[in-house]
Design a protein around this ligand. Structure first.
Ligand code: DLL
Length: 436
């Protein structure tokens, strides 16, 4: 077998063995969850008081869902399943939209998370020979420490650059001949746009791979990153409630996100009716932790939309694949009654060669109607051309967007570097409509 692999025994486990393991771990997780005040009450209400009540994986459906609001209500200790002295780290969400959520980890939890990230890194073909620059925030955000521990375990030379300070990032990449970076896709595009002003060209760098994640992005954005840098970019999916990065990752074949099924039980459900979705039918991702001690989570509704992919990956791993995340059920925009996902807009923009690396979607009320404005940066040389060329481009984009999203937007073309940049997750949507 000629694919890079970290833990062959688990990654190539036969389906039957994997499901047996899942059942054992699900029972352990229920046992662990019953140690928390939150789940004792929640599971008790559903008549589930003993782990032995789970006799098959189908019994998962008798377990109630857990939501972000549940996590918030249980803040700070309501979901802690071990004595505080057994916990060695916690991560919280940023809390910008309300009470934060908190996830505690025991030493074994951190060790297991590290193992999952090591698997992900290795699956992309990266190895101890690589110099790895981690451009995501170190701190409560899980992208920094999560990838750091995994990369160290693989034996990479890790540069814990953290986020921001683009000029320093580029110098570090040049001086240490970084071969692999980890960043949000929006930040990598911004970094590329800054190379020229830093007086650095790609020939002076040794970059060959990027891990991109933490925010929705389209296949076109991935291709753009790959073409601009001349590298391979691998999609990485995770969320702080499920440790952070390391939940699902692309392998060398880049055919979807392998979800580590020994660590997470995945369901895809219709977000309105909660009916289970069929393979390749898009719905909300619901995840159950299978290995966690300090903060077990059962049937956690992520709000992320995706689907199981059918078929098998040529890498031969038995762990099934998730399709690229389409967006979140709560970031769907309703514009004059039409459902629009920001990812549909991004797709059109990134397919257009003249479009640069940054964009912003703005919605406001004009009278009784919603008005959608798509602001996008375009390459500098176009601004030196004649006005007719710009007008043509504006019209072409407007038409392409209308046929993709069924809403005609106002298109604004902006010079490179003129739209706001974020060092972490990009804020792409500004909704100025009054709340009801
Ligand atoms: O963003 C964890 C992470 C760090 C993942 C680094 C990957 C790389 P949170 O801050 O809790 O955790 O945000 C999680 O970000 O529910 C998705 O909506 C979104 N998200 C994460 N990865 C992807 C991805 C980290 N590859 C939320 N594609 C998730 C699309 C993503 N959306």
């Amino acid at each position: 077998m000629n694919v890079p692999v970290w833990n062959p025994a688990v990654e190539f486990m036969e389906r039957e063995a994997l499901e047996r393991l899942q059942l054992v771990q699900l029972r352990k997780t229920v046992e662990q969850a019953l140690k928390t005040p939150f789940y004792r009450r929640r599971l008790g209400e559903a008549g589930l008081t003993r782990p032995e009540d789970i006799t098959s994986l189908r019994d998962l459906r008798s377990i109630p869902y857990t939501t972000k609001d549940d996590l918030r209500a249980a803040y700070p200790h309501g979901l802690l399943a071990v004595d505080l002295e057994q916990a060695i780290r916690l991560h919280t969400s940023s809390g910008t939209t309300g009470t934060p959520t908190v996830i505690y980890h025991t030493r074994r939890d951190i060790d297991h998370w590290t193992e999952l990230v090591a698997r992900c890194i290795t699956a992309t073909g990266a190895s101890a020979r690589d110099v790895f620059q981690n451009m995501t925030n170190y701190g409560l955000f899980t992208g920094g420490l999560g990838l750091h521990y995994g990369a160290e375990r693989v034996g990479m030379l890790v540069i814990p650059a953290s986020s921001g300070n683009t000029s320093r990032q580029i110098q570090l990449m040049k001086n240490f001949q970084t071969t692999v970076v980890h960043a949000t896709p929006s930040y990598l595009l911004h970094l590329h746009a800054s190379l020229a002003s830093e007086g650095v060209d790609l020939e002076q760098l040794a970059l060959r791979k990027a891990f991109i994640g933490a925010e929705p992005h389209s296949e076109q954005t991935r291709r753009k990153i790959e073409e601009l840098f001349g590298i391979a970019a691998y999609n990485s999916y995770g969320l702080s409630e499920m440790n952070g990065p390391g939940v699902a990752f692309e392998c060398v074949h880049q055919t979807g996100l392998h979800l580590w099924e020994d660590a997470y039980l995945l369901e895809v459900v219709d977000p309105r009716t909660l009916r289970p979705c069929a393979e390749e039918e898009t719905g909300e991702i619901v995840l159950t932790t299978l290995q966690r001690q300090a903060t077990p989570l059962l049937r956690y509704r992520t709000r992320d939309l995706s689907c199981w992919m059918g078929g098998h990956c040529p890498c031969g791993r038995g762990h099934r694949r998730l399709a690229r995340i389409k967006g979140r059920s709560d970031d769907m925009l309703i514009i004059n009654g039409v459902n629009v996902f920001p990812s549909q807009i991004e797709d059109v923009l990134m397919k257009t060669p003249e479009v640069g690396t940054n964009y912003l979607i703005q919605i406001e009320k004009r009278g009784s109607l919603d008005r959608l404005t798509v602001k996008t940066e375009i390459y500098a040389k176009l601004f030196t051309g004649d006005a007719r060329t710009l007008e043509d481009l504006r019209e072409r984009l407007g038409e392409a967007l209308r046929s993709a999203i069924l809403v005609k937007p106002v298109v604004e073309l902006h010079e490179p570097g003129s739209l706001p940049v974020s060092e972490g997750k990009a804020k792409r949507v500004v909704d100025l409509r009054p709340a009801f």
